[in-house]
Structure formats: structure tokens, C-alpha cells
Design a protein around this ligand. Structure first.
Ligand code: SF4
Length: 392
């Protein structure tokens, strides 16, 4: 039996447009051809918001996240339209975290960058997540980013005067990158005093431009060295690592992402967005169709636009829980595990004992905690929990 009222609830809004498709990107992002698409899309979001508010009953929203795509391409008046609908349709907690994902591109007309971000702040946004990836112009070019280091630095200094809660996304394992260039990136980001850094390894995903024309990447040993230096350097500079790729100053962890990793619930609004809602007997998942043009059409004609699946407590829920919670360096409480999966921990001991015997987790004081071996070899840890039909 799930304990629904104990499970926090988040809201995700997907804004899928980008100026240019990056060659490594497998997100649901699309080139914008006609600015009218923004308006139609924002209207579709408000329709979906009012439709889905009934899905959550009287549960309150704890965090909101605008992701993309490049959300800061959206005109501020349309963000306002969506925010107004959120305030109208949803019950919101006090101390709400509202994150807005952005690319470090400076606005040239209509609104200056500063005005745009002051506008976001006045709408309640209190956290920014900036897709920097690197400060090195050659590396930025190699991965097809539209901004250069000068624009990034200017952008960070503008938003740094408006927002204190800022995440900077960086990447390692890039074509042409060396360990010395990773250290240079870290030194630059520290200069901006970002209280949160997310560091991702470049992976080549099917369906991307890099998948069909593979760039020359650094060797595995060099990538391993980069990873080690990132962890060591950030810990040395008073960041704590709370998730495999996330580092923060004290109290600045991203509440929205932590809710995903702790297997909390979320409503996803927009093309391709996922929702997870726990009821008394099962976990329901909804996935909205991913093409934004079809999404707008279906929303306005009120026809069906999502896939729906249900999971009852069992092997699939166990695996999904581990897939998320094993990423957290502090692990998870056994009590939370039981509340969110509807499973009895003592009945699942076989797999946990196997992971323990391999040195991938520790179990003590009512908690399951991945060891540093488990974090370094996360896939091996997660594979132990694969449902039988999915194992090789
Ligand atoms: S800016 Fe981000 S979402 Fe857009 S194409 Fe590049 S990686 Fe993908």
C-alpha cells in the first residue's frame, strides 16, 4: 500500500524550442521557424494545466521547473500567461522553488537580458539553471553551441546580480578536451561563485548528429582522470556532491531534481513531458506525445494526447526506484522506500544483499547508501535490480 499524502509533488513545464539543434542533443527540442508557434504552444500549455489540475486533488505543488529546449527564447508575456494559469489551477506550497532553465544568450531586441530576468523574478522564478557546458571557445564550437565564452561571462554577470540561486551545467569528455581544460573551466565557474554545479559526461546517443558522424572523443583513461579531478576539486572547494553529477553549497541542492531521485511524484506539462502520480494502489505514468505541433493540435481539438501505464508494487517499481535513488550520495531511508514503492523491504533482501556483498551499497541505521564503488559503477549497481525479463 502506498502512502500517497507523504509523497511530494512537483510540476514540470516543457518549452521545446531552440535556436539550433546541438549535434549531441537527444532531448525533445525543435527549431523554431515561426514566432507564432510560441503563442499557440503557450495556449496549449494553459489548456493542459487546467485539465490536469484535477489529477492531483488537494495535493500541493512543492517545486516547478521550466525545462527545454531553451526556455529563455520564450517571450516574457507568454511565461506570464503560463504562470498565471499555474497560480490559478494548482495548489502551491509556501517556499516554492521555481527553476527556469536558460542558455547563456544575450537578448538583442525588445527586452534587454536584464529586463527579461527581472521579469522572470517578478513572476516568482527564484532559481536559474544555465547551460554553459564549457568556457573554452574551441570546445564550444566542437559541440555546436551557439554562444561563446565572452557571451557566457557577460550573461553570468548580468543574471548574478538578479538571482543568487544559480546552477551552471558543465560537460566533460568533449571532443578536443584535456584534463587541463577541465580544470580551467572549474576555475572560471568558481569565479562566478555559482552555488550549484552539474557536471555531465558527453555520451553519444542514437538519433543525434554525433551518432551518425561520431567525433573523436578523449580516451577512456583521460575521461576517467577528468572525472576524478572534477570530484576532487569541487569537494576541495566546499561543494558537496549530493548526486552522481550534482554539486552544491550547503542548502542549495535542487529540490526539484531531488524529488525525482527520491521517487516523488510529478506532473509533466508540454510536448513529450512525463508524469508520475501515485494512487493508493498503483503508480500511474503518463507520457505526452512528443511532437510539439501535434501536441498543440490535439490540445486545441481536445483529443487524446498521451500514453498511460500503471505499475502495481513489484519488480518494475523496485527497479525504477533504485534507478533514481541510487544516484543520491546519501542514499535513501528504508521507510521512504516502502512508502513510495508499496513494497516490503524485508521481502526484497536478496537483491540488496547481492549489491552489499559486491561492495556497492551499505545498509545501516535504516538507510541504504551507495559506496563510492557503487557510485563509480552505478550501472552495475542498478543492473542487479533489473526485472528478470529485462536481464540479458
Ligand atoms: S540548447 Fe540544449 S536542448 Fe537545445 S539543442 Fe542544444 S542541448 Fe538540446
Amino acid at each position: 500500500m502506498f502512502r500517497v499524502n507523504e509523497i511530494p509533488l512537483s510540476l514540470y513545464i516543457h518549452l521545446p524550442w531552440c535556436e539550433k539543434k546541438c549535434p549531441y542533443c537527444d532531448f525533445n527540442s525543435h527549431l523554431l521557424r515561426d514566432p507564432h508557434q510560441y503563442k499557440d504552444y503557450a495556449n496549449a500549455l494553459t489548456l493542459q494545466l487546467s485539465d490536469w489540475s484535477s489529477l492531483v486533488g488537494d495535493r500541493k505543488i512543492k517545486t516547478i521547473y521550466f525545462g527545454g529546449g531553451t526556455p529563455n527564447l520564450f517571450p516574457i508575456n507568454l511565461i506570464e500567461l503560463v504562470m498565471k494559469e499555474i497560480y490559478l489551477a494548482m495548489d502551491l506550497e509556501d517556499n516554492l522553488e521555481i527553476t527556469f532553465e536558460v542558455n547563456p544568450v544575450l537578448l538583442k531586441k525588445e527586452f534587454s537580458t536584464r529586463d527579461y530576468f527581472l521579469g522572470l523574478k517578478s513572476l516568482g522564478v527564484n532559481r536559474l539553471s544555465v547551460g554553459v557546458q564549457s568556457f573554452d571557445n574551441m570546445l564550444l564550437q566542437n559541440i555546436g553551441r551557439v554562444h561563446d565564452s565572452e557571451e557566457i561571462e557577460l550573461f553570468l554577470s548580468v543574471i548574478g546580480k538578479i538571482f543568487t540561486n544559480v546552477n551552471v551545467d558543465l560537460m566533460y569528455g568533449l571532443p578536443g578536451q584535456t584534463k587541463a581544460k577541465v580544470i580551467e573551466d572549474m576555475n572560471l565557474v568558481k569565479r562566478f561563485e555559482a552555488p550549484h554545479i552539474s557536471y555531465y559526461q558527453l555520451t553519444i546517443e542514437p538519433g543525434t548528429m554525433f551518432y551518425s558522424r561520431r567525433p573523436r572523443l578523449p580516451g577512456e583513461d583521460i575521461i576517467w582522470d577528468m572525472y576524478r579531478v572534477i570530484v576532487e576539486e569541487l569537494l576541495r572547494h566546499s561543494y558537496s556532491r549530493y548526486e552522481v553529477s550534482a554539486y552544491s553549497r550547503e542548502g542549495m541542492a535542487c529540490k526539484h531534481n531531488v524529488n525525482y531521485w527520491e521517487f516523488g511524484d510529478y506532473i509533466g506539462i508540454g510536448a513529450g513531458a512525463h508524469s508520475k502520480i501515485t494512487t493508493c494502489d498503483f503508480v500511474e505514468r503518463r507520457i505526452v506525445l512528443s511532437n510539439p505541433f501535434n501536441y498543440v493540435k490535439k490540445m486545441t481539438s481536445k483529443s487524446s494526447f498521451f500514453n498511460r501505464t500503471k505499475m502495481t508494487p513489484g519488480a518494475e517499481v523496485l527497479f525504477e526506484y533504485i534507478l533514481n535513488a541510487s544516484r543520491l550520495t546519501e542514499g535513501f531511508k528504508i521507510l521512504d522506500f516502502e512508502e513510495r514503492t508499496g513494497l516490503d523491504f524485508s521481502r526484497e533482501m536478496e537483491k540488496f544483499c547481492l549489491a552489499h556483498d559486491k561492495g556497492l551499497i551499505k545498509i545501516n541505521s535504516g538507510k541504504v547508501i551507495p559506496t563510492s564503488l557503487g557510485l563509480n559503477f552505478l550501472t552495475n549497481l542498478q543492473e542487479i535490480f533489473l526485472p528478470v525479463e529485462q536481464t540479458a
